[in-house]
Design a protein around this ligand. Sequence first.
Ligand code: NAP
Length: 350
Amino acid sequence: MANVQVTTRQAYRRTDDYTPGKPRVELVTEDLPLPLAATSVLIKVHAVSLNYRDANIANGGNPWPVTPHGLPCNDAAGEVVAVGEGVRTFKLGDRVAPIIDTENLTGRESKRSWLAADEDGVLADYLVFSEEKLTKLPVHLDWVEACLIPCAGVTAWTSLLGIGIGKSVLIQGTGGVAMIALKLARTAGLKVILSSSSDAKLERIRQQFSNPPLLTVNYATSSQWHEEVLKLTNGAGVDLVVEIGGTQTLVKSMKCTRRGGTISQVGYLSKQNTDDLAEFLPLLIDRRINLRGIDAGSRLEQEDLCAALSATQMRFDDVIDKVYDFCQADEAIEDIWQGRQVGKLVIRIG
Ligand SMILES: NC(=O)c1ccc[n+]([C@@H]2O[C@H](COP(=O)([O-])OP(=O)(O)OC[C@H]3O[C@@H](n4cnc5c(N)ncnc54)[C@H](OP(=O)(O)O)[C@@H]3O)[C@@H](O)[C@H]2O)c1
């Protein structure tokens, strides 16, 4: 281990008390696992971003198993402040982020271990990770922007993989994943159709992405929104859908995907009702749809995204809604639970 005198950390642990009005997380002081193992890295965390999943877990709603009283959140950005004697990839001062499925290094591993579910998350001022579970971060992003990379960033990146310049993509909603997917898609030269339940949001985003004009559809006021997507693609359908809605939207997404096109299934926001999937199999076959599940991505994919962000100097400052202090963690979790955000909520630490 190199330097730094810290031996304890401040961390938020879930209370697992779902009583209305009670805090969902509490601040604790706990010992760090020192001395560092040979391949471990001690990280001073500077920012953690929130995802809907964090509020869902904190309110007992996660469909997958969760460690009791674990640390929430899976998106952190920080600085290396000490390294074990065998660490080769990182040095003091490097800007790093853990990957969110810590078993998914190359994309070929069969096991999974999600931060903030199967193991502790990242809502703490110091973290220790094995070097193989970390990537370096682009230096042009500040901490608040950089912490969006592991979850929303990597998910948007893997959703768009395999589609090239000039192809068309439908991106659903204006949440964190969707907005980063929109930025990546426009940079990659794709024809983007963005859907939202809000004309005001669509208008604002059209102004932001005015050249070439952004194509948009309101999925709330137009129940047959897939027909509008078909019209915008001369009846053929889009090459790829970044599917956010889930059960309620999937069949319509298939109807407006071109024959042989791809649907990247990212979200599950709508009410899960299998009646909505009655036409699923005939459509899958007739339209030869490639339906692929997205679970964020591997360490290699996180590295690829960081390389792309560095090459393009893409910023995320325009997708940040609100920045909280560390002491406001419970408020931030409640805000995302209530869906008050437009874009990303971030907790700044130290
Ligand atoms: N598979 C993965 O690896 C992965 C990773 C990250 C997130 N996710 C999932 O992806 C989904 C979105 O995550 P996020 O972090 O981007 O959420 P978010 O920031 O909370 O954004 C949610 C947005 O989705 C749109 N939306 C809501 N219901 C919809 C529906 N029925 N059809 C179409 N759009 C709808 C809304 O946009 P408008 O307000 O504009 O209508 C809403 O603002 C969640 O289900 C999340 O759990 C999955």
